[in-house]
Design a protein around this ligand. Structure first.
Ligand code: DAH
Length: 367
């Protein structure tokens, strides 16, 4: 059986090999170059034990005339080595392509907008408290602290609420212990005013402190009352302090905290620990004093109590009332937050409803 000259068959095979490679490369060019599977397919087609082109060529050695066998065999072997070398080189390229494709699949697209973790916001009460603190720190006040479980002495007695005084009824509270014989009654403090007394007993004038903190009263819960709420107490004591200082300080606070145009209005009232005592109202932040539903048309809203520290209270604090005078004030943080944001119900502040908390509470009014 005589086929085409065998030397040509080897050359044909070599040409076909390079054509198949070009074709495979062309086909792979749109998907990032040859893949290891492409090279593996060529490997099977050319070097496969069963049907590989080179295996077939070698099988034809039998048909080759004796005198050409040596040259044919050498030719096939040479081609086989070329094919092996080429496929090995292509396999290396293909492995590289595959690695790059894997990397690209995992790569982070830094131009995509980031998925931000959910970070919380400051609670509206925290925002208000911090702004109150900042307004007073800027005027030389420092922040003091005191216990939430107080003695009857600090909460009432030393602040000039004698036993059985009717003013105690206004702030019915939670007693923790009745104390028993010879022991002090313990209670949840009804106001932050006991921190005044603790401060006076600890410091010498001049004193300028504020004290933010939680207070407790046996109030039934409704839109305007919670049994736990927050106050900021203030105390200034020095020689020569007058009611004008009280007025100036609170007016300056109102302008810093609410608006540059806010005014304060005082009306006389009674607190056992001050004399005289006043209720302090500021220009309504919602209507700027024009009169609205929130301020009941008056243009003013009451936000704190204040007064000149009672001489008996100074004395109980170890401060000579003949030499020193001072003023004190106490404001409700929850109430201020309510007014500032026009909230309909105090309970919003404690229910932890994210639809409420997830708003931007930072200074919508004032500075
Ligand atoms: N302690 C009062 C209250 O709980 C508020 C208050 C009024 C504080 C007058 C003061 C003050 O320091 O002088 O309602």
């Amino acid at each position: 059986m005589s086929g085409p000259p065998t030397s040509l068959s080897i050359d044909d095979a070599r040409r076909r090999f390079s054509e198949e490679i070009s074709e495979a490369e062309r086909a792979a060019s749109t998907r990032g170059g040859l893949a290891p599977a492409d090279v593996a397919a060529l490997h099977v087609a050319w070097l496969g034990k069963k049907q590989g082109v080179l295996t077939d060529l070698l099988a034809r050695l039998r048909e080759v005339p004796k005198e050409e066998k040596a040259a044919f065999g050498a030719g096939v072997n040479a081609l086989k080595q070329e094919v092996e070398a080429t496929l090995a080189r292509l396999d290396e390229t293909a492995q590289g392509n595959a690695a790059r494709a894997r990397e690209a699949a995992q790569a982070v697209d830094v131009s995509l907008p980031p998925r931000l973790p959910a970070i919380g916001r400051l609670h509206p009460l925290t925002v208000v408290r911090r702004r109150i603190e900042a307004a007073f720190r800027a005027r030389g006040y420092s922040v003091a602290d005191g216990p939430e479980v107080e003695t009857d002495y600090f909460n009432f007695e030393s602040l000039n609420f004698p036993q059985e005084h009717p003013a105690r009824d206004a702030v019915d509270t939670f007693f923790v212990e009745d104390g028993g014989e010879g022991n002090e009654k313990l209670l949840l403090r009804t106001h932050t005013s006991p921190v005044q007394m603790r401060t006076m007993q600890r410091m010498k004038p001049p004193i300028r402190i504020i004290c933010p903190g939680r207070v407790f009263r046996k109030d039934d819960i409704d839109p305007r009352h919670l049994p736990v709420f927050n106050q900021v107490e203030g105390l200034a004591i020095d020689e020569g302090i007058t009611f004008a200082d009280l007025r100036g300080t609170l007016a300056a606070f109102a302008r810093t905290f609410f608006s540059g145009k806010a005014e304060v209005r005082f009306s006389p009232t009674f607190f056992p620990f001050v004399e005289p005592g006043v209720d302090v109202a500021v220009t309504c932040a919602l209507c700027s004093g024009k009169g609205c539903r929130v301020c009941s048309g008056s243009g003013f809203i009451e936000i704190m109590g204040a007064g000149m520290v009672h001489p008996k209270v100074l004395a109980a604090g170890g401060i000579d009332p003949e030499r020193y005078t001072g003023f004190a004030f106490g404001m409700g943080v929850d109430r201020i937050a309510l007014l500032l944001h026009g909230l309909p119900d105090l309970r919003l502040l404690i229910e932890n409803d994210l639809r409420f908390l997830d708003r931007e509470w930072v200074s919508e009014v004032g500075s």
